[in-house]
Design a protein around this ligand. Structure first.
Ligand SMILES: Cc1cc2nc3c(=O)[nH]c(=O)nc-3n(C[C@H](O)[C@H](O)[C@H](O)COP(=O)(O)OP(=O)(O)OC[C@H]3O[C@@H](n4cnc5c(N)ncnc54)[C@H](O)[C@@H]3O)c2cc1C
Length: 380
């Protein structure tokens, strides 16, 4: 049993950490302030194989695996969870269905440019009236000769306002609950596809999130991922299992950042004649947080490693998402408390991580949904 990163993993981690500190950190304030994602990062990271590090080098990826993707996500989240959100949507949700189930033509046209950062992808499953109960989506795709006509609305879509294409879930056969769903690639500029609004958010402000509308939107039948009607629910499950592991890395990176900021603050802040880090109460809290972050990281990478070995980790992926997102809430609360009143001030970055991390028990399957999956997998 070996729980250490390999030499190759460590080299990658150092390189992406360096990139995040030099190339991303200087962009954070403006992106958070304006709510505009610094799009140049897609190309810059794509050129270095950092954007989608787990896909093969021949496709423009980093030639790594799930562990490598987790390292990227953890390191970017340490610097800015909002920016990480946009990049994660690209390295996972918007590309995995194409990578695993897309035709050569779809790979050539969308996947490879996305991996290289030349095209920005989004993933549209959630609708205004349908979130957790994904099998109840209302978006329809009706065949019309060599096209499908899509009608529906997608809500909360990361990268929606800036995407070049979106992978959309729609029913081709609404009589078959879940099984009648398909995924379609819809290109920006296709008549009938529009971004109806960009959404204003509490946190993750540098990721652009939107509502997308499809009104009699005609897409070529060859844009259907998988090439035949039905089977899209399996493609969704495949993508979401992988995403839940990535979420462990997202939570770990955010927790590590909060811990680092809090240690620094606790060493600087003096009360009753000594730095607050010297009070047992502060030391105990920080000791607990450091322990929790280690467990979050170890568990995430263990499951990522099992995933890389081709194991069925449906249950473990849900456990990673549930455990890391929930424990993060406690960590962020403690870090805010140690910061006292300054933690509540916008000039201190801890509030940003607190706002950003609040999202994680909700997106890509709420904690309640993860509990439902785990209980089902346990045969309860
Ligand atoms: C910033 C942001 C970015 C997002 N990005 C994307 C994206 O790129 N693509 C995309 O498709 N979606 C995206 N989402 C949507 C996200 O995945 C959903 O918000 C999430 O799945 C929850 O759905 P909902 O918000 O509709 O909540 P609901 O499903 O309405 O749930 C509301 C509450 O009820 C609980 N609940 C629901 N059903 C049950 C049950 N059976 N038992 C117990 N409790 C239950 C939930 O756990 C939750 O607490 C994003 C959301 C946000 C906020």
């Amino acid at each position: 049993m070996d729980f250490e990163l390999t030499e190759e993993n460590r080299i990658f981690r150092d390189a992406i950490r360096d990139f995040a500190e030099k190339e991303i950190a200087p962009l954070v304030d403006e992106a958070e302030e304006t709510g505009i994602f610094p799009k140049q990062l897609f190309r810059k990271m794509g050129e270095q194989g950092f954007l989608c590090p787990r896909y093969p080098i021949e496709l423009g990826g980093g030639g790594g695996d799930k562990v490598t993707e987790c390292i990227m996500v953890e390191e970017i989240n340490r610097v800015c969870p909002g920016i990480a959100a946009a990049l994660m949507a690209q390295s996972g949700l918007a590309t995995q269905p194409l990578y695993h189930f897309g035709s050569d033509e779809l790979k050539e046209k969308f996947l490879i440019p996305a991996i290289r950062g030349e095209k920005i992808g989004a993933f549209g499953l959630t609708e205004p009236d349908v979130g957790s109960d994904a099998a109840s989506i209302r978006t329809r795709a009706v065949r019309d000769e060599d096209h499908y006509v899509i009608n529906g609305t997608k809500m909360f879509i990361t990268n929606g306002p800036i995407c070049d294409y979106v992978v959309v879930a729609a029913y081709t056969d609404p009589t078959k609950r879940g099984e009648g769903i398909n995924l379609f690639v819809v290109e920006r500029g296709t008549p009938g596809f529009s971004v109806s609004r960009k959404l204003d958010k509490l946190g993750n402000r540098s990721a652009e999130t939107g509502e997308l509308v499809f009104e009699d939107c005609r897409v070529p039948a060859r844009n259907m991922i998988g090439g035949k009607e039905g089977g899209g629910f399996g493609q969704l499950a495949d993508t979401l299992v992988s995403g839940r592991i990535t979420y462990g890395a997202r939570c770990t990176g955010t927790a590590q950042a909060a811990y680092d900021l809090t240690v620094r603050y606790a060493k600087e802040r003096v009360q009753f004649g000594k730095p607050i880090v010297k009070f047992q109460n502060t030391r105990f809290k920080l000791a607990e947080i450091a322990t929790q972050v280690d467990v979050m990281r170890t568990y995430t990478y263990r499951v990522a490693h099992l995933y890389d070995q081709g194991k069925n980790v449906r249950k473990e992926a849900a456990m990673v998402k549930l455990f890391t997102a929930e424990i993060l809430q406690k960590i962020l609360g403690l870090c805010m408390q140690i910061h006292g009143g300054y933690g509540y001030m916008m000039e201190y970055p801890i509030q940003r991580f607190w706002r950003d991390g609040r999202l994680y028990t909700v997106t890509e399957g709420t904690s309640e949904i993860q509990r439902m999956i785990i209980a089902k997998e346990l045969g309860l």
